[in-house]
Design a binder for this molecule. Sequence first.
Ligand code: CP3
Length: 354
Amino acid sequence: MTVLKNDRFLRALMRQPVDQTPVWMMRQAGRYLPEYRATRAQAGDFMGLCTNPERACEVTLQPLERYPLDAAILFSDILTIPDAMGLGLYFETGEGPKFKKTISTAADIEKLEVIKPLQDLPYVMDAVSTIRRELSGRVPLIGFSGSPWTLATYMVEGGSSKDFQKTKALIYNHPEAAAQLMDKLADSVIAYLNAQIDAGAQAVQIFDSWGGALSHDAYKSFSLAPMAKIVKGLKRENEGRKVPVILFTKGGGQWLEAMADAGADCLGLDWTTDIGQARARVGDKVALQGNMDPSILYASPDRIREEVARILASYGAGTGHVFNLGHGITPGVDPEHAGAFIRAVGELSAQYHK
Ligand code: CP3
């Protein structure tokens, strides 16, 4: 195995000393980059990119060619799991993801089978090993999955949703069937992330994009509990190094203490929580990742730099902070502004690590 030349991302996740705050961006490979749009056009469409390991590798590396990022993230999607379960994922231009089949009854849930990642999603593991080879130790590679709750919303609604009516009706009317669905998804995520780790992922993130839409009690039962089960089932060491786990519940600011008890190494924060206050609440239990409002990237480079300075000061001195946006970078962002953001973190953060 090649030596990792820049490991400050992994070190910060384990709350070990670093020389500066590591930084990466959720959705860093994506439509805001003209080179991404060109590769996607060559591949035909988004799924064509995901299923071709060479092209997936190419777009994973594109943001690293432009910016001094401290991590790469596998180019894929969270919806590969429901697709492998037989729901038939497709993308309608301008409308986001859709499924040919949806889950609506207890009988549908009973029939679902836990995925076998090497058999069902070989292209994902091929992409992971191709990217690891091409990175040749520049920075670590992040693998990822959706959370059971977030995956369930797409499977039950048949696509994106604003209010998750059908999925909420399922958990309130049929809690046993809903629990069985979360359990099958948790087992699928465990197998999927462990296969990514075996293929070379050096850290993993669980995206709970819609956990924040749940009530206090429903979050604990239907989102956090299945994620805690996943964390327990993951391989936590590989190639002689810890494989850190990041839990990101968008809108999860009020549940940080409970999330910190789930066993993960790091919690992702969206921009609605003050990172300094979050740090005081979780203490030295976990590292924190975040949390600049992605919309700040529409402001001027000077304003972006100010916001980076504010967040660094709010977190304060010492390790345990991975700088990121509070959610994915959006397609309309000027790539120069993303560059100003990444460079500002590098330039302004060293003073907090003396
Ligand atoms: O971060 C990265 O660079 C890695 C790649 C990545 C993608 N999707 C690529 C993608 C990751 C980590 C995801 C995760 C994902 N996918 C989530 C959770 C993260 C989050 O943002 O909360 C969710 C909810 C999905 C489901 C999904 N996939 C949606 C809703 C969409 C449509 C988004 C839109 O803005 O139209 C996708 C498609 C998708 N996944 C794109 C990319 C780059 C855009 C596809 C395109 O090129 O047209």
